[in-house]
Write a protein that binds this ligand. Structure first.
Ligand SMILES: [Zn+2]
Length: 244
């Protein structure tokens, strides 16, 4: 009598335990599916950021094993679950560090984009002279124009086209009141003929920050900013950085 009631208790316990194991296996399956979605996200980000995918491999095979159904509703045993959990934990930890590294790479790329000249050095105004050969406005002789001129009104704000450090702020022969900014990666921009400079040498400026007020100082025939972009010490056509 005692034995049969004891074995019934044992059978009940075993059934309860199996129910819990089944519930855990289901949750583990859901977590696994979640990790697979994160892997897909990691792969997309790696592609978007144009990063060598060998460095950030989100294609490591999913953990092997998993609840096996024997057809009677009995699924994984406890040792299987423990092993699956350990594998999943390992995988989550790996993805965690991979995604953190990926975030750093993307942030660094964004920072680098900030130092590349982009946009116009004035909020309003029109291009009055392009880069290249032209007649000198003073003597009419053929001369090479090493920048782009934006005509505007006296006192208009002249803004930095990229983040950088001011390397010249004041009079310079031919340029009048000049602001020169070094952006790193070999890029320098110049803003010439200003009425007044608003920054000092050594000052850090951000993209869009006012660095001077438009004027007509130096070799100039009217209010405009003469804008130059230099790459490794040579003037390049600023038009490719200005956009539209
Ligand atoms: Zn010019």
């Amino acid at each position: 009598m005692r034995t049969s009631s004891g074995s019934k208790q044992l059978a009940d316990l075993k059934q309860q335990l199996q129910l819990r194991v089944d519930a855990m296996a289901m949750r583990l399956g859901a977590m696994n599916a979640h990790v697979i979605r994160l892997d897909a996200l990691g792969r997309r980000l790696t592609e978007m950021a144009d990063i060598d995918s060998r460095e950030f491999n989100f294609d490591v095979a999913p953990p092997s094993g998993g609840p096996e159904n024997d057809g009677e509703g009995v699924s994984a045993g406890i040792p299987d679950l423990t092993q699956m959990l350990a594998q999943l934990e390992q995988r989550v930890n790996l993805r965690d560090s991979q995604l953190a590294a990926l975030e750093n790479v993307i942030l660094a790329q964004e920072l680098k984009e900030d130092i590349h000249p982009e946009g116009r050095p004035v909020a309003r105004g029109f291009i009055s002279s392009y880069f290249g050969e032209r007649a000198d406005p003073f003597d009419g002789r053929e001369a090479f124009h090493k920048g782009v001129d934006f005509a505007g009104a006296m006192g208009d704000k002249v803004v930095a086209v990229a983040e950088g450090v001011v390397t010249w702020a004041g009079e310079r022969s031919g340029f009048g009141k000049l602001v020169e900014i070094s952006h790193g990666d070999g890029y320098v921009t110049r803003y010439a003929h200003n009425q007044r400079t608003l920054v000092a040498v050594g000052q850090m400026v951000k993209r869009g920050e006012s660095v001077a007020l438009m004027g007509s100082t130096g070799r100039s025939t009217g209010p405009h900013v003469h804008f130059e972009v230099l790459r490794n010490g040579r003037q390049v056509n600023p038009l490719s950085f200005i956009g539209h």
